[in-house]
Design a protein around this ligand. Structure first.
Ligand code: NG1
Ligand code: ZN
Length: 529
């Protein structure tokens, strides 16, 4: 049972700065670390309630992903390793914003609304990234858990997707894997080694990769994991956090948004490189060509490579499992066109934020989802998984080989969340199996030149959107203005939306040339003012 008076007393030790209002957004709460102590304590309380209500293990991750080192954040992970359910996001916002004297009342309110049985046991697992503030903040989460009578396991340093994996394992009675970092490494490396056994080029020639770890948790975890596949893949780690600052001039978000290589990595022409973000749930690839031009391979091209590989395997085994690719409005127009017209796979667009993509991807036997920024994974339905397992036993020769590959691919993809380590291994395996160089992969299609801008406005919520954020509904006249601007350029598209993680409006534009994309983005951002 919960001792509400003890909670109230303890809460005062994690007092909320008066007047501070926060919202549980697409990535949980995220601000400067010094304002987060009360939020962490309260998310400990909330995780206990959610655990009681779902009668499952709940996860709490302390991270601010690609944000600057001074920021931090927290998000809750639901029983199947998914993002917190929307109704509970509201509860989280209420609880985080409650004034000190109201905490008890809000807790009871949530318990009542969500029909939480307070007698139920609660279990919460916690993970954190490498930010200097993360350890203390995760202690505040633990404080909230223990004072409300919950049990917990603190995993300490973990990537975000590893925490999602742990939660998923624990709530599926170990069927998905062992809920330890070792279990995670074993599951992934076994699948990777089996998959690449059949690879065309097996020497270290083709399986060699440079990884920019954004000075974050990815460096620690990749280094641990390297021991599990001794010779299978040779990876060189850069920006491992010993000298540089987290996400500063490096990492997936920097590379994607600046469309240039990170600092702190040595790149030779045609060498395959990739960047993780600060909590290792995003990945982008890139290289310099022989003429010294930089080429970025983002989430859209990752999704395309994976889709084409999976489609080939399905064709080989002769089974008609349905595939769907899920993107957001930020997907490059060329990728959508290529997927639909050349590869003939159905493409769907959802709102920004992985929970939307994840949810949509669950509708298919094989749901491939990636945000352009490199956050994504592939989900396999239970039916698809069972069918593939069965075929791997029944079929013979080439067909059997294809089914076995699919079986390993299922194990290699994190089914709970987008995962830079897991995605990297899938990509490396596909390139090796198909004998593709990074240039050949890049050449699948040519990205339309594009530009993203951030615009500061007094109140970003005056902008509301529809059609998966591709059309502005308010303020009146904005969409018409954008339509008129778009008409001035060739192969053009543009949209605006309020960011869910920063106090800004994001502008996106693409067109036939970089100059056009830049000037369209600029003109649209003036229209926003
Ligand atoms: P916002 O700030 O709502 O655009 C950003 C990313 C999302 C997602 C979240 C969570 C872009 C344009 N937006 O959201 O895709 O990754 O952060 O980290 O990349
Ligand atoms: Zn991240």
């Amino acid at each position: 049972d919960m001792d509400l008076d003890a909670i109230t007393k303890h809460s005062a030790l994690h007092a909320k700065p008066s007047g501070l209002i926060l919202q549980y957004g697409t990535a949980g709460f995220r601000i400067k670390a010094e304002h987060l102590d009360h939020v962490m304590f309260r998310m400990g309380l909330l995780a206990v309630l959610r655990s009681k209500q779902t009668k499952s293990t709940i996860g709490v991750m302390v991270t601010a992903s690609h944000n600057p080192e001074e920021d931090n954040g927290v998000k809750l992970v639901d029983p199947l390793g998914e993002m917190l359910a929307p109704s509970w996001e509201e509860h989280a916002t209420c609880l985080a914003n409650a004034e000190e004297q109201d905490v008890q009342r809000v807790l009871l309110d949530i318990s009542e609304k969500a029909a939480v049985d307070l007698q139920q046991d609660a279990f919460v697992v916690i993970g954190r990234d490498t930010r200097p503030s993360s350890e203390k903040l995760s202690q505040s989460v633990i404080d909230g858990i223990t004072v409300s009578g919950g049990q917990f396991h603190d995993y300490g340093l973990l990537t975000t997707p590893q925490l999602h994996y742990m939660v998923y394992c624990r709530n599926t009675q170990g069927q998905y894997g062992k809920a330890t970092t070792e279990g995670y490494y074993q599951k992934l490396s076994k699948a990777f080694v089996e998959l690449t056994k059949q690879a065309f080029c097996s020497g270290d020639e083709c399986l060699s990769l440079k990884v920019d770890c954004a000075n974050g948790i990815g460096a620690l975890k990749l280094r641990e994991m390297k021991n599990y596949f001794s010779e299978g893949l040779s990876i060189q780690l850069f920006n491992v956090g010993t000298t540089g600052k987290l996400n500063h001039l490096c990492g997936a978000d920097f590379v994607k948004s600046h469309q240039k290589p990170p600092q702190g990595i040595e790149m030779k022409p045609n060498e395959r490189c990739c960047s993780f973000d600060g909590d290792a749930d995003r990945i982008v690839y890139y290289y310099y060509d022989a003429d010294g031009h930089f080429h970025l391979i983002d989430g859209d091209k990752i999704a395309t490579l994976i889709s084409s590989f999976l489609k080939e395997l399905l064709l080989e085994i002769g089974e008609s499992l349905n595939i769907g690719v899920v993107q957001t409005a930020y997907a490059n127009g060329s990728s959508t066109r290529y997927l639909e017209e050349v590869m003939k796979v159905p493409v769907y667009c959802t709102k920004t934020g992985v929970k939307h993509l994840h949810h949509k991807a669950q509708e298919f036997d094989i749901g491939i989802y990636f945000e352009a920024n490199g956050h994504g994974t592939v989900l396999f339905s239970k039916t698809a998984e069972m069918k593939i397992k069965q075929l791997a036993e029944e079929l013979e020769d080439k067909k059997r080989k294809a089914a076995k590959m699919l079986e390993n691919i299922i194990d290699l993809f994190n089914q709970a969340a987008g995962d830079a380590i897991s995605d990297m291994l899938v990509i490396e395996a596909i390139l090796a199996l198909k004998g593709l160089t990074i240039q050949q992969w890049d050449a699948l299609y040519t990205d339309l030149p594009n530009r993203q801008l951030k615009v500061k406005v007094a109140d970003r919520q005056v902008i509301s959107t529809t059609d998966a954020e591709r059309k502005a509904v308010t303020p009146p006249g904005l969409q018409e203005a954008i339509d008129d601007l778009v008409k001035k350029y060739k192969l053009s598209r543009a949209f605006v939306r309020p960011s869910g993680t920063e106090d800004i409006v994001r502008v996106y534009a693409e067109a036939d040339s970089q100059e056009s994309a830049d000037s369209l983005a600029q003109e649209v951002s003036w229209a926003v003012f």
